[in-house]
Design a binder for this molecule. Structure first.
Ligand SMILES: [Zn+2]
Length: 253
């Protein structure tokens, strides 16, 4: 499988990167856009026709989903639009939340089904999409939020994405024994951090170590967090190869 980093800035867009957005692809299948945060649309346009992708969303916070607004417009109105609705897996209130943006009248919800075939995640149910089996696990983060585990059907290769989460069983189960784990690390260790929200570099490293992942990719570091300190925390407690991802970097396994 191939993973391309299109946006990896945590919480907000930065001068170096859009917010969270990744492209996953199994050979011979349509690409999957995984999260589409602030500023991601331009990065997607640069590498693929956005109409030719299907979409999975970990949750609906703007830094993971805001550019869905751009993708709707692209799919509906650009000359590169598609007549076929894209498949989209998302939190169960996705249609309501995004439909409110596209309604022209207060209190109404626009119907997006001309543009997307929308399915809500169900914990315990794997879905098959574009050469992958994908399983959602509950994350420890405000709202309906998931950690996602991917298995490439043709090769058995595995991948997990933490989404946004505090330390919890869901992220451990999603990441257990995967070949590659893309994990958020929003903070460095310090007093007073709010619970049920995000991971420090140390917590990300500890989860990767406990889950016995083959490789650890760290993402979602906000512009105000010290990247070097995050890396030090990660590598102080994780023996797997680890790195901080950067925009446009690609991985294949
Ligand atoms: Zn979030």
């Amino acid at each position: 499988m191939r993973l391309k980093i299109l946006g990896c800035s945590g919480s907000v867009i930065s001068t170096e990167s859009p917010a969270s957005c990744y492209l996953l692809q199994s050979e011979g299948h349509r690409p999957i856009i995984m999260d589409i945060g602030n500023g991601a649309m331009g990065a997607i346009e640069d590498v693929v026709n956005p109409s030719e992708c299907d979409i999975v969303l970990s949750h609906m916070h703007p830094d993971h989903a805001a550019d869905m607004t751009s993708l709707v417009v692209w799919r509906r109105y650009s000359h590169l639009a598609s007549d076929e609705p894209a498949k989209l897996y998302a939190p169960n209130y996705f249609s309501t939340r995004l439909g409110m943006w596209f309604s022209d009248h207060e209190g109404e919800i626009a119907d997006l089904q001309d543009t997307f075939h929308i399915c809500g995640w169900k914990v315990g149910e794997k879905v098959e999409l574009n050469g992958f089996l994908i399983e959602p696990f509950p994350a420890d983060h405000p709202g309906e939020c998931y950690c996602l585990r991917f298995t490439e059907i043709s090769t058995g290769a595995t991948f997990a994405f933490s989404g946004d989460t505090g330390p919890c069983d869901g992220v451990l189960q999603a990441a257990q024994d995967v070949d590659c784990f893309l994990c958020e690390a929003t903070w460095t260790t310090q007093p007073g951090l709010p619970p049920h929200m995000h991971l420090t570099g140390r917590q990300a490293g500890e989860i990767a170590q406990q889950a016995k992942v083959g490789r650890l990719l760290i993402t979602h570091i906000p512009p105000w967090t010290d990247k070097d300190k995050v890396y030090q925390e990660v590598t102080s407690c994780c023996s797997a190869p680890a790195e901080l991802v950067t925009p446009r970097s690609e991985y294949e396994w």
